[in-house]
Design a protein around this ligand. Structure first.
Ligand code: F6R
Length: 261
């Protein structure tokens, strides 16, 4: 794993956008795994700007989102499909038929989860998976006790996640407490993982995920198993990392990232 700490959230987002853009330029028909949440909003703005101003081309790219709330229709402003259309897809030249988010109102939800896994496989697997981390330690909606081998499935959400996400709903009680999410095993099969974490409220959990033991209690810690994983943080999120200085020293000579710094 490589860890890159930038002084501000803005510079962390800019670096993440550059890394994603470089991968897309290398492989224009890449399969890109996407995340939602507050952390990604400005990153998606930057990708929109790169498409508009620098000609970054998404026309051949396929996307798969990590997760969706069960019970929310795509048109619901709180659904992750709605979030993706608004925050990214409407800003880039992607073919909407190539964008995928689990259908939270599918008649047979288990079948929908199985179908999602099949579609990822048919697309040749994920080339790059973008990740955030929740205060419960989740990646996607893989709450504590999610098996490290888990696949796309339904997961009941925890109280910590309710506290994190329900303020985004007009009426917090409308937040569904069941979600569909790619599994930890699904995520780990992506060829590359790029995690973006910003803000002081993530400092404790990201230190545990990166430097603590790998445990299903913190699904974010599973990224330690991945052979090609970069975590990009701002200073606030990196505040509790014991090895912060070592990582900053090492990344200056990183064959993969030194040219991005
Ligand atoms: C959402 C997702 C989640 C979020 C996490 C952080 O698709 O994958 O794991 O990345 O809950 O959310 P924010 O960015 O709102 O703090």
């Amino acid at each position: 794993m490589e860890v890159i700490v930038r002084p501000t959230a803005k510079s962390a987002e800019e670096l993440t956008a550059k890394i994603i853009a470089a991968e897309l330029i290398k492989k224009p028909n890449m399969t890109l795994g996407l995340a939602t949440g507050r952390t990604m909003e400005r990153l998606y703005d930057l990708l929109g700007q790169k498409c508009k101003n620098e000609g970054l081309d998404f026309s051949l790219c396929k996307t798969f989102n990590l997760d969706e709330y069960v019970g929310l229709a795509p048109e619901d402003p709180n659904s992750y499909r709605y979030y993706m259309n608004k925050n990214l897809f409407e800003k880039i030249n992607i073919d909407m038929r190539n964008t995928h988010v689990e259908n939270g109102i599918a008649e047979d939800l288990d079948e929908e989860c199985a179908r999602y896994e099949e579609m990822i496989e048919e697309a040749g697997g994920l080339d790059l998976q973008l990740l955030g981390i929740g205060r419960s330690g989740h990646i996607g909606f893989n709450e504590p006790l999610s098996p490290l081998t888990s696949r796309t499935r339904m997961v009941p959400l925890t109280k910590v996640t309710y506290e994190q996400n329900s303020p985004l709903f007009d009426n917090p009680e409308d937040m569904p407490m069941l979600a569909m999410t790619m599994g930890v095993g699904t995520i780990l099969e992506a060829k590359k993982l790029v995690m973006l974490v910003t803000g002081a409220e993530k400092a404790d959990i990201i230190a545990k995920a990166i430097e603590g033991p790998v445990t299903s209690m913190i699904s974010g810690s599973a990224i330690q198993f991945h052979p090609d994983c970069v975590v990009i943080l701002d200073e606030e999120a990196a505040a509790k990392l014991e090895g912060k200085e070592d990582y900053a020293f090492a990344v200056k000579n990183s064959p993969k990232y030194k040219d991005f710094l």
